[in-house]
Ligand binder design. Structure first.
Ligand code: NAP
Length: 255
């Protein structure tokens, strides 16, 4: 049975991805900090889909804990076929007011962890000439909406680059770029979201289904939802001063 590893699988998009991959018949390694929650999910998925689920407690801001996940991904005897780099969080404060430690953690979780985990899994995927990597980025990667946007820009460009670099192999790399999605993300970040109209909210299960289809087709970038496809086009092709203005307004509304 092929094995998939999902970071941030204890809630939201990561949990939706873990459920989808379980339904597809993958055994799972699920990673997050909240071990009791992971254990509960493992039990549920094992019962529903008769798959093996390993839980791996790791805070991805801690190098020694990140190294445990890297080591699992580098294990050639028991190879990981699918890596979903999903764990993440946002900071609502402006960079001027934010806590430096939290800014460093943002970079650790959104940039360093996916970069290192991808580096750890690639030798095995190359040896097998098989594998799928999904990096959960954001539509924010095309706007200038703070350090979160800057970190997600890294992830989108990194995925586009790697997708291209691996052309001619059977390894697929895709950036999932969602818009606002109903998860714990905004509550955890204490962001104000009450002004957002209903049609702008995405459903995690639906967007993950679309992402998985796109990843299998080796699409370098996946943007679920027509409303966000249009916004992504505007963000990429509108004059940059306008995009910067939109970006800062989106950020300020959340504070
Ligand atoms: P969520 O429900 O808050 O889930 C975040 C996940 O990341 C949780 O499983 C959490 O697990 C894990 N996590 C956070 N910090 C971690 C750390 N230091 N070490 C290990 N795991 C950590 O939010 P979500 O919306 O599903 O977010 C998933 C991804 O989607 C993120 O990368 C986010 O940037 C991206 N995204 C979200 C939206 C949105 O509107 N929701 C839009 C675009 C992109 P523990 O707390 O158990 O560690």
């Amino acid at each position: 049975m092929a094995i998939a590893l999902v970071t941030g699988a204890s809630s939201g998009i990561g949990l939706a991805y873990a459920r989808l991959l379980a339904r597809e018949g993958f055994d799972l390694v699920i990673v997050a900090r909240d071990l009791p929650r992971l254990n509960k999910i493992a039990k549920e998925l094992n019962k529903a889909y008769k798959i093996k689920v390993q839980t791996l407690k790791a805070d991805l801001t801690k190098p020694a804990q990140l190294a445990k996940v890297e080591s699992r991904l580098a294990n050639k005897a028991n190879p990981i076929a699918v890596l979903i780099n999903n764990a993440g969080f946002g900071i609502k404060q402006s960079f001027i007011d934010s806590d430096l430690k939290r800014e460093q953690e943002l970079l650790d979780v959104l940039v360093t962890a996916p970069m290192r985990l991808t580096h750890a899994v690639l030798p095995t995927m190359i040896k097998q000439n098989n594998g799928i990597i999904v990096n959960v980025s954001s539509i924010a990667s095309w706007i200038a909406g703070g350090t979160y946007s800057a970190a997600k820009s890294y992830l989108t460009v990194f995925s586009e680059y790697l997708n291209n670099e691996l052309k001619g192999t059977k390894i697929k790399v895709s950036a999932l770029c969602p818009g606002f999605t109903r998860t714990e993300f905004h509550e955890r970040g204490k962001m104000r979201m009450n002004g957002l109209p209903n049609f702008m909210w995405l459903d995690a299960d639906k967007l993950v289904a679309k992402s998985w289809k796109d990843a299998q087709k080796n699409k370098s970038v996946s943007v679920p939802g027509l409303q966000y496809k249009i916004l992504a086009l505007i963000a990429q092709y509108a004059p940059r001063p306008l995009v910067r203005k939109i970006g800062i307004n989106v950020r300020r509304k959340q504070r």
